[in-house]
Design a protein around this ligand. Sequence first.
Ligand code: KMH
Ligand code: ZN
Length: 274
Amino acid sequence: MQPLCITCAVVGAELTREQTPYLPLTPREIALEAARAHEAGACMVHLHGRDAAGAPSQSREVFTQILRELRQLDREVIAQVSTGGAVGMSVEERCGSLDVPEELRPQMATLTCGTVNFGDDVFSNPLPAIREIARRILGRGIRPEIEAFDAGHLDTAKHLSKKGELPALLHVDFVLGVPGAMAATEKNLRFLADSVPEGWTWCVAGIGRAELPMAQLAIEWGGHVRVGLEDNIYLAKDVLAEGNAPLVAKVVEMAREAGRAVATVAEARRILRL
Ligand code: KMH
Ligand code: ZN
């Protein structure tokens, strides 16, 4: 089995300080959390931005600051920027994260491959938008990570890959358990994992209390894992995670117990074809 790549989603777009006081908000705080997550065992960090008021921001300026701070603190960890942003943002707005100065360019960016209900909202990703975001990611030499919130999103990624609009071999993150989207069940993850084409890699991000059970299955089945405050703020029932690092450390411990090695950044670059 490949060493386990752990991604840490350190901030997200939806969470507030009222929900957890450990949420990083400023570029410096986000970069510090990313560096701590790497220190705890994550090889990659999934980044969203926040403005001065703490609201979600995909602006070039905010991402430039985050990536600059991160570069100063930690030159190693793989930076993956969100192009999902927050519900209601335009494609143009969402892609601000890709427009950072060339020397700070991230190695990866997310590409959600379909529309989905997102709580009371709709996370809108019609095919022309997917194509446009893919074009921008690939045009900058960045590797996409497919975000699949539902089974059809994987089919869309396969279709675009077959058409040559996406690379032949892809890395897919199954985001399971968003209210309104595909549930985080063992049966669903088994189906998705079995549907991943030969040579592709996959990861799972379980939302809320599903985070660690989904991680356990991915560890056992040869997938990769995403954890972090974006997806879940609890380390155990009623116990808030005091930042992102404890969630990463928990997955490292689970991997050790299962006898699965955790990927270094160098190993992750090879596994994820960066
Ligand atoms: N915040 C969600 C609406 C991504 O980062 O690419 C979208 C999201 C996906 O988090
Ligand atoms: Zn995200």
